[in-house]
Design a protein around this ligand. Sequence first.
Ligand code: UD1
Ligand code: MG
Length: 457
Amino acid sequence: MSNRFAVVLAAGQGTRMKSKLYKVMHPVMGKPMVGHVVDQALEAKMDKVVTVTGVGAETVKDYLGEKSEYVLQEEQLGTAHAVEQAADLLKGEDGTTLVICGDTPLLTTDTLEKLMAHHEESGAKATVLTAHAENPFGYGRVIRSEEGAVSKIVEQKDASEEEQAVQEINTGTYCFDNRALFDALEKVDNNNSQGEYYLPDVMEILKDQSELISAYQLEDKSEALGVNDRVALAEASRLMKKRINEKHMRNGVTLVDPDQTYIESDVVIGQDTVVEPGVYLKGQTVIGEDSFIGAHSIIEDSEIGSQVKVRSSLIESSKMGDNSDVGPNSHLRPDTVLEEKVHVGNFVEIKKSTLGKNTKVGHLTYVGDATLGENINLGCGTVFVNYDGKQKHHIEVGDNSFIGCNTNLIAPVSVESNTYIAAGSTITDTVPSEALAIARVRQVNKEGYFKNMPHKN
Ligand code: UD1
Ligand code: MG
């Protein structure tokens, strides 16, 4: 197999997006479009990936890191000019060069491999990936001769009425013989309605040199979607979401209503886990087997074990051990760790805290900046008072402690293991092991008080 190179075009600001964010950095199901494109290209086993970025597009470089090499296109003079920027890295090399646009996130590795195989087998100097579009508006049209051979590609703005009626579109993805590509690029001009150097013009230039040019038509035309505005961005997300959801269902995950389930690209879910409607799983979330993620839960960048139950809750950058449960209506804020069999009930907020095995927090409780051991019971309304207005302080609670309802633990403080705290206590000092702490004013009953009170009725 000859050398394979990929050039990813990602320098355009994307005027039609009307955004401060570079177009190719807009996420589709949690991953920037250019990330989808580069990952698919890398999976197709490229020897070298070169990404063309624009001035100010450091975000693209920062995001992709070492996945790619980079060249800078200082002025966006068109897609042919963009590819030409890679000349220093590629010109003169023997091999096949795949050119992909950073704004076609739905293209699959399978398609890229088939395109390259078709190109290499046909012996063409250039092959364009085409698709049939019901509504081809905005795309370059593939113009074929009467015999069916590709003769050129015309852009929407340059197309005659007859050409505009053509429904075969250019997906913006091509394979070239690397040497032929860089030689032809030197001949591309900008005599067109947009005054830009168009990459598709390379096809006609090569054909005029009597070189063989070819086309490969996509089987699944939805892969062709090029995102130029936010309407197309939403459409790309819808299609990507469907693709991701089908992958999980095929892997043995039950999605009760996949149309209403949002799972970002990098999420991993184990077999026999059930996900109810309205769930949004984001970022680098991993979920084990036989778990249940109930309706309207949002889980972001978290590690959820097996046989876990989450009901209508928000979980951010946290860990839940096997057989633990949360919700309904609770919030695990970043750096929360629930070890095995921890129970967190309703209306509980936990932040930057570890709860040991079998510990239970049933209701209406705030835990912040704390380390809790095993088998602890926190009564309803317990508050970890961790903030003095300037600084956060730590609280330790030892194993087997029973914290009565409505207790305030004023940080920094320690509750040692095997202790009781009476309901309504405000704890400011260490509770020693084996003790019962009561820290509240005793009840006083004033006999006969009611009848002496002046009241209105
Ligand atoms: C392009 C094709 C069109 C095709 C469509 C598919 C050309 C002239 N037209 O049109 O035939 O149907 O894609 O989606 O190529 N870019 C640069 N530098 C530039 C200009 C663009 O890096 O100077 C990058 C953009 O960031 C983008 C890609 O190239 O990722 C395509 O540019 P875009 O402006 O979206 O081209 P389209 O009008 O969509
Ligand atoms: Mg485009």
